[in-house]
Each structure stands twice: as C-alpha cells, then as structure tokens.
Design a protein around this ligand. Structure first.
Ligand code: 2AM
Ligand code: CA
Length: 266
C-alpha cells in the first residue's frame, strides 16, 4: 500500500468513525431494542447492529475490494488476513452503553497483509479519538502520546482487570490473581476492552488482563499500544491471533514481563 492510499484510508476511517458516533448519539435518545446473544450477560442492541451496517456500507462504497470482519455478523466471512482487512466493533462496551450511557467506544483496526496500518478507538460520549498509525506513533485527539515508561515497579502499577477473573473461573488460577491484586497499587475495571488498551497507551493504567476477547476487541488497540512501545500478547506470551479468540496481557514491556509470572492458565 503506497503512502497516498494509506493517508486516504486513514482520513476515510476517521470520517466514518465520527459519523458513526453522531448516529449512535442521536439514536440512543430514543427507545431501542436490547437482545442477548450467547448468554444473559452477552448483550446486543439494535444500535450495535445499525451502527455496524452503517460503517460497513461506508467502507464498501469507498473500498469495494477490502474485506471486513465485524462483531454483529454483517461483515464478510474472513478466514485470512491477506489483502486489506477492516476489523470492526461498532460498540465496544455494550453493557456500559445500556446501563451507563457512557464508557463505550467504536473500534476500527485496518490491517494490510496481516500488518496493522491504523487503529482507531473513539470514546463516543467523551468525544475522544485514540489513533495509532503504524510507524508514525499514537495520538489522543491529534496530540502525540509519549512512549511508555520502562521504569515502573509492579508495586506502583494500576491493573485493568474484570473481577470475574479473580473469583473461581475455568480459565485462570484465581489464587495467583489474588496475589497480584495484593502486590499492585490498585485495580480498575472499565468494561470496554478497547478503552483499556487506549488507557494503557495513554499511560493512565499500566496493564490489562482478560481471558477471552474477539479480534474486533483487540485489532485497533494492538496497533495503538505497539506505537507507544507497549506489548500485547496472549497471557502465555504468545502473539495475538486476529482470526481467533484470545486471552490478553497488555502493558508496557517491563510491566508485561513482571505480570506474566502471576498468570497460570487452567
Ligand atoms: P463488547 O461490549 O463489544 O461485547 C467487557 O469486559 C469487555 O469484554 C468488552 O470490551 C466486551 O466487548 C468484551 N467481550 C468480548 N467477548 C465477551 C464476552 N463473551 N462476554 C462479555 N464481554 C466480552
Ligand atoms: Ca461490541
């Protein structure tokens, strides 16, 4: 992909995310339908679906030969990262969207032959755009984010983790997580994976641990985190796979190497 194509793609991706955000804000003023997917906690609204359709129509009209992977099923059946692939979550943090009417984001990651080109995370109610452009850095509302510090001690860190992973569960040894919680300064739980990635890039939390994310929860955040010198892998240190579900440990490099010892998969 040449520089002209790339800058055109980034501009269009931003236009799409801003327009989609306006649509969400206007639609959420009116009553909307809420449904469940796999279980009673896995929620989806008609706004997730209509926003996804809107984003996909825009991409298809501007870039008909690009592929689209999207959470609510209106995208393509993507089985490889060959070519240009858009990976989209129209609303990341649907439970926050429904219950709190804030703390949710639109997440768009664009990959070309498997390499991240641009990651955009838009905090809709805060009107804040986090942006990572491969090789050019990461930005918050256009202002460049500094590289993450390498100095931090584990005892001085704030960890993003959902309390679900610290009670008995079938994926993670919770006793080691109890020890981690004792050893760090504090825990935070934001309810939107995309925003947790963005907050690491911004340096306002130091790490994020979770056990089951889909590609659209990760695609944009991974690009943004890489651009500030952070590291995001599976909890066993293996690379994230954007064609599968993944566990995630994201942090700056030093913190990543310390946290990883507390994680034992079942
Ligand atoms: P979502 O709102 O787009 O579903 C909540 O802790 C975070 O985990 C959200 O970013 C949520 O994304 C994501 N998540 C991904 N898969 C999930 C699942 N099966 N159940 C609950 N949250 C999930
Ligand atoms: Ca979603």
């Amino acid at each position: 992909m040449d520089n002209f194509e790339k800058s055109n793609l980034i501009d269009e991706a931003k236009r799409i995310i801003f327009k989609a955000s306006e649509q969400i804000k206007s639609h959420m003023q009116r009553p909307y339908e809420i449904n469940t997917k796999q279980d009673r906690k896995d929620l989806v609204t008609e706004i997730d679906e209509s926003t996804e359709k809107f984003i996909i129509e825009k991409i298809r009209s501007s870039f008909p030969d690009h592929k689209i992977m999207a959470e609510e099923g209106t995208g393509d059946d993507v089985t490889s990262l060959d070519g240009t692939v858009w990976i989209i979550d129209p609303i990341d943090g649907t439970m926050n969207f429904i219950h709190q009417k804030r703390f949710f984001a639109i997440s768009i990651g664009v990959y070309h032959n498997g390499e991240g080109i641009v990651g955009l995370i838009y905090d809709v109610m805060d009107d804040t755009l986090y942006e990572g452009v491969k090789g050019e850095g990461a930005y918050k509302n256009g202002k460049k984010l500094p590289e993450l510090t390498k100095e931090k001690e584990l005892k001085d860190t704030l960890i993003g983790i959902n309390s679900f992973w610290s009670v008995p569960n079938r994926r993670l040894n919770e006793e080691k997580i109890h020890q981690l919680i004792r050893d760090v300064r504090g825990t935070r739980s934001y309810g939107s994976a995309a925003l947790e990635f963005a907050y690491i890039a911004e340096g306002i939390i130091d790490a994020y641990i979770t056990m089951r994310l889909s590609p659209w929860d990760i695609a944009a955040g991974l690009i943004i985190i890489n651009e500030v010198g952070g590291k995001a892998t599976r909890v066993n240190g293996e690379p994230l796979d954007l064609l599968k579900e993944n566990s995630v440990l994201a942090a700056n490099e030093v913190v990543h190497s310390r946290y990883i010892h507390y994680i034992e998969e079942k």
